[in-house]
Design a protein around this ligand. Structure first.
Ligand code: SF4
Length: 264
């Protein structure tokens, strides 16, 4: 790859552990690195605090990108249909487009936080021809344990939401596990209520559209003890040997390929 002097080097902070560790790892390797965070306006308070901490640690601005319009605007534009894994207008409008606007037509190398133990993943960043992607963790063979060590040694540690949620992203993200919705109801009841109200809009119109498949947030709340017990059981369940490597690679981390920009 030819790197001209005018090539910009960009690293997106998602609020997740991998991009945080990558920013620390690359800080002294590429001093001209530009950091950014695409803020959907629906981020968890813990994520915003972690991005502030990262900024202090890096000693450099993390440029906050926003779409100029909030989630509610795009919700209306999409017929009030909540985003889903198949119809992910949220990522496109609130994360990807602000990133592409930030890049403009400049030649850019975007550094992606895919680890060596996620060898099958490339993530999705952008199809713009002026954006090339590099994977320093993959290139240098760094895995989940290295990520944890980098964060520990920096003193930053893991983002606080890992106490109850497996990834960053919007408080209402439809990729949340049911146990994480329960966690949201306990840690941020006001945010849970906002997500519930968005769902109720559909119910009041006689639709069955819900954030998670097959269950509404009210139904999740009604059986929260059962959901918590199931999650505890799954956490303590011994792994079958043949699944051990996959389990290690995906520990605390079953991010979706398409959501590199949201979760890594
Ligand atoms: S975090 Fe989830 S809800 Fe938010 S933009 Fe990404 S996929 Fe959409």
């Amino acid at each position: 790859m030819t790197i001209s002097k005018s090539t910009r080097h960009l690293l997106g902070i998602s609020g997740g552990k991998d991009s945080a560790a990558l920013a620390i790892y690359m800080r002294d390797k590429i001093p001209e690195m530009e950091y950014f965070f695409a803020d959907t306006g629906a981020e968890l308070p813990e994520t915003l605090q972690f991005v502030d901490l990262m900024e202090d640690y890096l000693g450099k601005e993390i440029v906050r990108l926003n779409a100029g319009r909030d989630f509610d605007y795009y919700l209306k534009l999409n017929g009030n249909f909540l985003p889903t894994a198949k119809f992910r207008w949220c990522t496109t409008n609130l994360k990807l487009k602000p990133f592409e606007n930030f890049v403009g037509d400049d030649p850019v190398i975007s550094y992606a936080a895919i680890r060596a133990d996620e060898g099958y993943r490339n993530g999705y960043i952008s199809t713009k021809p002026n954006i090339s992607v590099r994977y320093p963790f993959k290139e240098d063979g760094l895995s989940i344990e290295d990520v944890k060590n980098i964060l520990d040694e920096s003193g930053l540690g893991m983002p606080k939401y890992y106490e109850w949620r497996s990834r960053s992203g919007c408080y209402f993200c439809f990729y949340q596990r049911k146990n994480e919705w329960v966690g949201l109801s306990e840690r941020h009841p006001e945010l849970f209520e906002k997500a519930r109200q968005l769902e109720l809009y559909h119910k009041n119109l006689g639709r069955t559209h819900t954030w998670t498949e097959s269950e509404s947030l009210d139904e999740i709340l009604a059986r929260k003890d059962e959901i918590k017990a199931e999650a505890d059981l799954a956490k303590n369940k011994p792994q079958k040997p043949k699944n051990l490597m996959a389990s290690l690679a995906n520990e605390e981390d079953d991010d979706d390929d398409g959501c590199l920009i949201c979760f890594k």
